[in-house]
Design a protein around this ligand. Structure first.
Ligand code: PMP
Length: 386
């Protein structure tokens, strides 16, 4: 093609040379511990299906029944005619589960974060974000037009210094569990600071919700906090819930405001109602079956003890996300490929997802892994990272 606009080859080549090119693999069959991947069977250690609900027969059945009752597409945005009784019931159940007045469904977590942040702050306001926040939180802050600043990771002293220097309306934004490090945000301190400085606090608990806390209430329950400490809570449904979508939970007034103002809510088609039905079942299972969280914790403990014995470079995480720091992107890629040759699927996470020089193998566990599978992974890691 002669039009230079369409020439992407230099950019693509550069990504390849820097070992930053991303490739996807085709999975055949449902999400499970063992996956059929392009002719190979791989043990899956990179999924966010933490509780093993994505392929649970009751969740699948609810999805089918939902499709029978509501059809496939929702037809329109929630505020037009796409808001079904299934969506409505799920919102009420999520509000009850999170101990908040209301919850609002969004089509994805990315959209929930973009929409909520850009509705809550704008020109003349300030947004302060942990520098390791998920891309959707950072993008929401940038898109909002508010003055955008990042504080050092989990560093509430740095946040305090920045709060001292800001005036007017301020929104503090943090992941609950950091998606690429697995550590937990210093939530009690964030809540105290937000209160002291009269700032808003939005916490995205995509990786904690359903997983942390005795009842799966996430990072808020983990710290024994309640709704008043974290007034704006984002949760995603594509991870522990085993389905798809996201929600924001908070006061009735907050939710009413977001319904009016969040552009990624107003101007997009509602999730299929069948997904809402499947999620309602996921939520019931997640509440009823605490053994899933206990099993996950047991696997994480077992893995960390084994990895320590082998001298692997663990990070400070007690959650189902257990990255091993490698550093160089090329080395991380080679390690990931060698693991695949040994039958294990572990992703190599590289910049810009993580800071330069901190490429890592991101290992995640689900309640369906066995201790034997974790031992097999440890043996393979020992071989590959020796
Ligand atoms: N927040 C965090 C912390 C995430 O890790 C992710 C996705 N991995 C999202 C939001 C986006 O959620 P979704 O996949 O539903 O768009």
């Amino acid at each position: 093609m002669s039009n230079r606009f369409y020439d992407f080859s230099a950019s693509l080549q550069q990504l390849e040379q820097q070992n930053l090119y991303r490739r996807r693999r085709v999975v055949d069959g449902p999400q499970a511990v063992e996956l059929q991947v392009e002719g190979r069977r791989l043990l899956n250690f990179c999924s966010n299906d933490y509780l093993g609900l994505a392929n649970h027969p009751d969740v699948v059945e609810a999805f089918k029944t939902g499709a029978d009752r509501y059809g496939c597409g929702s037809g329109a945005a929630h505020l037009i005619c796409g808001h079904s009784s299934a969506h409505h019931a799920l919102e009420e159940e999520l509000a009850a589960f999170t101990g908040r007045e209301r919850a609002l469904l969004f089509s994805t977590g990315y959209m929930a974060n973009l929409g909520a942040i850009s509705a809550l702050v704008g020109r003349g306001d300030c947004v302060l974000e942990d520098r390791l926040n998920h891309a959707s939180l950072l993008d929401g802050g940038l898109m909002s037009g508010a003055r955008f600043q990042r504080y050092r990771h989990a560093d509430t002293d740095d946040l305090r210094v920045k709060l001292d220097r800001t005036q007017g309306r301020v929104l503090i934004v943090s992941d609950g569990v950091f998606s690429m490090d697995g550590d937990v945000a210093p939530l009690p301190d964030l809540a105290r600071l937000a209160d002291k400085y009269q700032a808003g606090l939005l916490v995205d608990d995509a990786h904690g919700f359903g997983v942390l806390g005795r009842n799966g209430g996430g990072v808020v329950e983990h710290f024994g906090l309640s709704a008043e400490h974290v007034p704006i809570l984002v949760g995603t449904l594509g991870k522990a819930f085993g389905t798809f979508g996201a929600f924001v939970a908070g006061s009735a007034e907050l939710i009413e405001y977001l319904m009016q103002k969040a552009r990624t809510y107003v101007y997009t088609t509602a999730l299929p109602a069948a997904v809402a039905e499947a999620t309602r079942t996921g939520l019931r299972l997640l509440q009823a079956e605490s053994w899933r969280r206990e099993q996950l914790q047991a696997l994480v403990g077992h893995f960390r003890r084994g990895a320590e014995q082998q001298g692997l470079r663990l990070m400070a995480s007690a959650t189902a996300i257990q990255p091993l720091l490698v550093g160089d992107s090329g080395r991380a890629l080679v390690a990931s490929r060698e693991l695949a040759d040994l039958g294990f699927w572990v992703g190599a996470i590289r910049p810009p997802t993580v800071p330069a020089g901190s490429a890592r193998l991101r290992i995640t566990f689900t309640a369906h892994h066995s201790l034997q599978q974790v031992d097999a992974l440890l043996a393979a890691l020992g071989e590959v990272l020796r």
